[in-house]
Design a protein around this ligand. Structure first.
Ligand SMILES: [Ca+2]
Length: 124
């Protein structure tokens, strides 16, 4: 087991504790959008990002040759969320969604891939 692997596992455990302790509330911080180097646009579609029946969110999905997936979520021409889903177990803590909760261009919330998250109020 390499030091880097231990460090990543440790970071994942700490993140999991934060998410648990905050009982579903996202952690407030600024997160960097994933880099699209090596990724190609795979598909685009419109989706309902707040369960009101209106597809207000434009989704773009990108893949790299490893099968890792990056998704951007855009409403009113502003990207309000990114997701990263990797298939590499050594970087399992890199599976996440980041969200701009107040439309200031900073991604201040992080969610797990299975968590519920919605279009921010400021883009409705
Ligand atoms: Ca909607």
């Amino acid at each position: 087991m390499t030091f880097l692997y231990k460090l990543q596992s440790c970071a994942a455990v700490i993140l999991a504790c934060f998410l648990t302790l905050s009982s579903g509330q996202a952690v407030a911080k600024n997160f960097e959008p994933p880099k699209l180097d090596g990724f190609n646009l795979h598909a685009e579609r419109d989706a309902d990002g707040d369960e009101d029946g209106v597809k207000e969110t434009h989704i773009k999905q990108y893949f790299n040759t490893s099968g890792d997936s990056i998704v951007s979520m855009t409403t009113k021409e502003q990207i309000w969320a990114w997701s990263m889903s990797t298939r590499n177990k050594d970087s399992g803590d890199k599976n996440y969604v980041i969200r701009d909760s107040n439309c200031d261009g900073q991604f201040d919330e992080v969610y797990g891939l299975d968590d519920k998250f919605y279009v921010p109020e400021c883009l409705k």
